[in-house]
Write a protein of this length. Structure first.
Length: 185
């Protein structure tokens, strides 16, 4: 793992993160799968002090700007483990067995404890230290569905924090980043 993709041990660092389904398999094409991410956002936000400032859930990956008071690496690891377990349970009861087949086929050989691999390894954490980088990451997150041609405007993608910025109905109320975060201008 490259050093630029490691979490720093410090309180409340702000990170841009990406969680990608193994081999970019399109799992999040149904709201029931997106709701797994949303429910876990809510759980870790309410029970483990995870701060989620921006996010987007795409068909095969999730982007987010997050922070945690102590150990964001551990929280992200738990989040990915639990969301994978829930998605696999839902896939078992769904007519999407082909996805489970692919998750089994593309599992890394050294992952001998499990039958499937849902998420790619890592989350490529990028430390955000300046207002300029923060703004770039937020724009990237919100424009992801627009760039893919899924919607015309960022606010039209339901599983995106862009809807929070416009005051529209949304599945998850994000945290607000204020001046106390001390981002360099």
């Amino acid at each position: 793992m490259r050093t630029r993709y490691k979490f720093l041990e410090s309180e409340y660092n702000l990170y841009f993160l990406t969680f990608t389904v193994v081999e970019k398999i399109p799992v999040f094409t149904n709201s029931r799968y997106c709701e797994i991410i949303i429910k876990n956002f809510k759980y870790y936000s309410e029970n483990d002090d995870l701060k989620i400032f921006h996010y987007v859930i795409m068909d095969n990956h999730v982007h987010a700007v997050m922070s945690h008071k102590k150990d964001i690496g551990k929280v992200v690891q738990d989040f990915k483990k639990y969301t994978a377990k829930q998605a696999l349970e839902l896939l078992t009861n769904d007519s999407r067995q082909w996805i489970k087949y692919l998750l089994k086929f593309f599992k890394k050989p050294y992952k001998s404890v499990s039958t499937y691999q849902f998420w790619q390894e890592g989350s490529h954490p990028e430390l955000i230290q300046t207002q300029e980088i923060y703004n770039q990451k937020v724009e990237y997150i919100h424009n992801n569905p627009v760039k893919r041609g899924l919607v015309f405007e960022d606010k039209d993608w339901y599983y995106s924090s862009a809807r929070n910025l416009y005051g529209l109905e949304n599945p998850f109320k994000v945290d607000i980043l204020d001046d106390s975060w001390g981002l360099e201008v």
